[in-house]
Ligand binder design. Structure first.
Ligand code: ATP
Length: 249
């Protein structure tokens, strides 16, 4: 589905991603775990192509120089040169960190905006699907986004991403700042989405513990370098991983 090789991202002289190799097969959930500043968002921006927009904006404003190197293959084809809008049309959809919903728009408006790539029939089917996945959102459909709780905003952010008909959904730190109960709900929903929509997902998180039970494969990022990778059992059985990313020994 997706394979990235030798990804390097520099912010000026600062190396944010260092020769990262990553792959996500069809209908897999792949985890990327790492501490603050490990490079998780940089990776997600690079895969979705948004890094290219950021790079151009910085260059136009005479700001910092951002350099992106490496190869990204998606469905067998190199997409490194594709604009983010093109990648979205091909099915790579980013649900960014800190749930960037439209805070002044209602739940329903947020979903409709997310469906700009869909046909009317797809949009209406997907709205029904999102409401069946997150029944709480259905009751809140007229509520303004900015007035939702953190968990509701995250459900909306995922719902909006689903409206774009992803084949590969990139979830950047979806659990950040949420209660354990809400985290459990979202982790469960992530697996349900994979099973029911038959899509692939890459999920970044600081802590592996809540997400590891649903991942097929995962990578550990440290200071921009993928230091470890393996399937769920391999990572759960690794004492270093357990100590550093699970908070247990
Ligand atoms: P967090 O959990 O804090 O979101 P992260 O793993 O997503 O962390 P990134 O946001 O990708 O990490 O940042 C990786 C490194 O790159 C950090 O050292 C960060 O300070 C740096 N960085 C990120 N964006 C920029 C930028 N626009 N300019 C300069 N440095 C940046």
């Amino acid at each position: 589905m997706l394979e990235a090789n030798g990804l390097m991202v520099f912010y000026e002289n600062m190396l944010a991603l260092n020769n990262v190799h990553l792959r996500c097969k069809k209908e897999e959930i792949v985890g990327v775990f790492g501490a603050n500043s490990a490079g998780k968002s940089t990776l997600m921006y690079t895969l979705s192509g948004i890094m290219d927009d950021i790079r151009k904006k910085e260059a136009m404003a005479g700001g910092e120089r951002i350099t992106v190197l490496g190869e990204i293959k998606y469905l067998g084809r190199e997409i490194g040169a594709l604009k983010p809008s093109k990648r979205a049309r091909e099915g790579i959809i980013l649900c960014p960190e800190r749930r960037r919903i439209f805070r002044e728009s209602s739940v329903m408006e947020n979903l409709r905006i997310g469906g700009y790539l869909s046909t009317a029939a797809q949009a209406s089917e997907t709205i029904d699907y999102v409401f069946s996945l997150f029944p709480a959102l259905k009751n809140l459909r007229k509520r303004i986004g900015g007035f939702l709780s953190g968990g509701e905003q995250q459900m909306l952010a995922i719902g909006r991403a689903l409206m774009a008909q992803p084949k590969l959904l990139l979830l950047d730190e979806p659990l950040l700042g949420l209660s354990p109960l809400m985290q459990a709900t979202l982790v469960r929903s992530t697996r349900v989405i994979r099973d029911q929509r038959k899509i692939s997902l890459i999920v970044t998180e600081q802590y592996a513990r809540p997400v590891l039970p649903i991942v097929d494969y995962a990578f550990i990022l440290e200071n921009g370098t993928a230091v470890l990778e393996g399937n769920r059992e391999e990572l759960m059985g690794n004492p270093d991983v357990r100590a550093a990313y699970f908070g247990v020994n």
